[in-house]
Write a protein that binds this ligand. Sequence first.
Ligand code: ATP
Ligand code: MG
Length: 406
Amino acid sequence: MANKIVSAIDVGTTKIATIVANVRAQEDIEVLGVGVVPSHGLHKGIVVNMDEAKESIAASVQEAQKISGMRVDSACVGVTGRHISSLNNRGVVAIPRDDRLVRPQDLKRVLSAARTISVPEGKRLLHAIPRYYTLNGEERVEQPVGMHGTRLDVETHIITASVSSVQNLVKCIRSVGVDLEDLILEPLASGEAVLTAQERESGVIMADIGGGTTDIAVFKDGNIYHTAIVPVAGYQVTSDIAIGLGLPFHVAERMKKTYGNVTPGLDTDTEATMTGIENGHSASYRELCDITRSRMEELFELILLEMPSSDYPNLAPCGLVLTGGTANLTGLAELGKSMLQMPVRKGAPLGAGVYGITDILRDSAYATTMGLILWQARNKEKSAWQAKRGGLLGGFLKVVRKLLRG
Ligand SMILES: Nc1ncnc2c1ncn2[C@@H]1O[C@H](COP(=O)(O)OP(=O)(O)OP(=O)(O)O)[C@@H](O)[C@H]1O
Ligand SMILES: [Mg+2]
């Protein structure tokens, strides 16, 4: 890929982050500008107040433009929320010609067969990602074109989203003068940023615990295997601290970030009282940590409930990788390890080959944002192929564009 300026907008429940980057190659990415502003008008990952959301998005884009000196004409945008569902589906076609040679149009046919699922009213296909092909019963053929066979199967991971939720998001983005390059499911983006190739190959669970949602993805054999969105994350922890300890929300948020600690076996019995955090508000350290820990224990249980199998050593031998802003909570990986009896680590974005204005991006909270840039760098050709043929993602964008015009 030659020099290409790409942009990403991560419309989170807590913050809106825009990145402008120059992608020279998959492993040669210069971040030119980052714009981060607090998010308004979003709840659990979806737009609930268009005017507020537009204003926040505009401010984030403007900041990234100012820093990078580039105009953001189009951007890749993350999608999340309870309206997302996913399943694995298989497509099968016969290779009818005499030579039995698999041609590109056969790939198109088999993918289209895999996409033939009944989608509930008001929902559309967001992604149909080929996981692997099988040719004449031979599994895990990576590139069947040019090979000979009589029967071609494809295993795909299919993700559907609510048209109206996506439509509202797209409308906000376009109202600030930015066209949509691509819509990407957020856990797929975060996975790009924080997982190693070896983890994806062996099997790993990734949980991006943000403000409003926990975005989950399971990778196996180098490919996406399962995705799920749980509408519980850092916001609910703060809200429970605020209610439980009788504090204003912003004070509870500050206390959680500064003092929250969920390390198993932590001695919180000192009854130390914290004072002077803000306007004389105080709270017991033990109560603060107890509320935070029980919320996080519940969240780990919810993550397990979303798993397609309870045979975790087989499903995900590399365990769980935590990211998103809430992964910064002190002791969270240790709590996960002791509760789930599997390896748990914190994952932060930025691997080799990303440089430029990257200081802020080292925080786990930017896994999705950075992932949206990496997704474009790594999947550019695939996306273009899909959109050009009006299938897969191209189809979703077409529907949304038509609705917006109408
Ligand atoms: N040090 C910390 N300790 C505990 N929680 C933290 C810490 N730093 C950030 N958080 C929490 O992380 C959350 C924000 O994370 P993030 O920026 O990933 O969310 P988001 O992308 O805006 O939201 P979402 O992806 O859910 O729409 C907030 O709830 C915040 O309280
Ligand atoms: Mg997020």
